[in-house]
Design a protein. Structure first.
Lengths: 220, 219
């Protein structure tokens, strides 16, 4: 029993001190950028210009049908190939943001469709230009509308951060693998790693429920 | 550049083809197991409230809220500790099956819930047993409902097989790593792997669309 406790402590310490915060940051920072990409992509996807719509469509289609791991490798080897030397951490953030930006694009595109035409006409009639229409009227409403799906997508993002371990970022999964070699108890290690992910996803799930309730109250 | 690319592809195509074969067989076998797991767990989720229902609920939420890679490591490094020694491929298939099974269980449950309550009452009133109700009324209708979603899960499974490369299974991504190691053209190797995934999933999407149209005719 004492043995179990000391092993657990040995496992939990690095996971809690390094793994969890790193995974958290690796989730939140790309989330921010993926949202921006999603808004841009969603607006393009609903554009009147067909070329822009096609570009948004291809963007979504590619990332939906090619595994994220491939994109991580392509980014990892591709940036140096293009002469861009950035640290693996930046590569990881960029890859996560672009990958999940495509899913956010699809969510935002669907959300933008739910905004009624009158809203746009009304905002045009009070003299807002197209940029103001989007930034002041359409996008805020859309985000309220799709907030629950965005948080749901965030859970997928949290899970995808585990794949980043392949390019040497010390997050939960990679630290877990390293501890396995030290403590020789893989069952326990990956159980604890899974618990950490579960907690993180659970937090976002709570946020999702909270936002859903908030949105319902707001919209009525 | 062009001739170099063609040479690169023709020289290494064999590796990718072997990888594709492994990836496809892993995803098809996993889908079959996942369908069985999903059906059983889905029925439990739909109709049991007691301990069995709670276990099913924990299973689904544990799978859905943890990364597949961690689940695969758990099985890959954990099973030998329990004295269960399997090949990497078998462990990979087990991991993928249990992962997809949880998602399919939710689809099955949603499929059952979409069936109007009146049908079940009607089935009860003509004296069908629980077993008959599932076999004759619920499952056939739910099965049609969830075909598109299961097709989507198959696309997801093919994408997920790339993680098997981290268990040292030579599927498409691992084949690309090997080609990269051999030629030092890592970027091209992985781009080509990406194209293979894209083509396979494109074909699959077309098949799903055709099937969906056929079902809509049937309705």
């Amino acid at each position: 029993m004492n043995d179990f406790l000391s092993t657990s402590l040995q496992i939990l310490k690095p996971l809690l001190l390094h793994g969890f915060p790193n995974t958290f940051l690796l989730s939140v920072v790309p989330l921010f950028f993926s949202l921006i990409l999603g808004i841009i992509g969603g607006v393009l996807g609903n554009s009147k210009i067909s070329v822009l719509r096609v570009i948004a469509k291809i963007y979504v289609y590619l990332f939906r049908n090619i595994p994220f791991l491939i994109f991580v490798y392509v980014a990892y080897y591709g940036f140096p190939y293009l002469g861009v030397n950035i640290p693996p951490l930046t590569t990881a953030v960029v890859a996560l943001a672009i990958n999940h930006g495509s899913y956010m694009t699809e969510i935002m595109r669907g959300g933008l469709n739910t905004i009624r035409r009158e809203q746009i006409e009304a905002s045009a009639s009070i003299g807002l230009n197209i940029f103001q229409q989007y930034s002041l009227v359409i996008i805020p409403q859309t985000i309220m509308e799709v907030a629950p799906s965005i948080v749901g997508q965030t859970i997928l993002l949290v899970k995808d951060t585990s794949i980043i371990s392949v390019i040497g970022i010390s997050e939960l999964t990679r630290i877990g693998r390293q501890i396995t070699m030290l403590t020789n108890s893989p069952f326990l290690v990956f159980f604890y790693v899974a618990v950490f992910y579960y907690v993180l996803c659970f937090l976002f799930q709570m946020l999702s429920n909270w936002s859903e309730a908030k949105v319902k109250k707001y919209i009525g | 550049m062009d001739s170099m690319l063609i040479r690169f592809v023709t020289r290494n195509f064999r590796f990718y083809l072997e990888g594709l074969e492994t990836a496809l067989s892993a995803s098809i076998i996993s889908l079959l197991f996942a369908l069985i797991i999903g059906l059983v767990v889905g029925i439990i989720r739909y109709s049991h409230k007691g301990i069995l229902g709670t276990i099913a609920k924990i299973y689904v939420s544990a799978i859905r809220n943890t990364p597949l890679l961690v689940q695969l490591y758990f099985v890959f490094f954990g099973l030998p500790r329990l004295g269960i020694v399997l090949s990497a491929f078998q462990t990979g298939v087990i991991g993928l099956s249990f992962n997809s099974g949880a998602y399919i269980a939710e689809m099955v449950k949603a499929g059952f819930q979409a069936i109007p309550r009146g049908q079940i009452e009607a089935a009860e009133s003509i004296g069908l047993s629980v077993h008959q109700r599932f076999r004759l009324i619920l499952i056939p209708q739910a099965a049609l409902q969830i075909v598109p979603a299961v097709g989507g899960q198959m696309v997801q499974l093919i994408k997920d097989t790339c993680l098997l490369s981290l268990l040292a299974i030579t599927e498409i991504t691992k084949a690309a790593t090997e080609v990269g190691n051999k030629t030092y053209m890592f970027l091209q190797a992985f781009l080509f792997a990406g194209i293979i995934y894209l083509i396979v999933n494109m074909l699959l999407n077309i098949a799903i669309d055709l099937f969906e149209r056929k079902i809509n005719y049937a309705r």
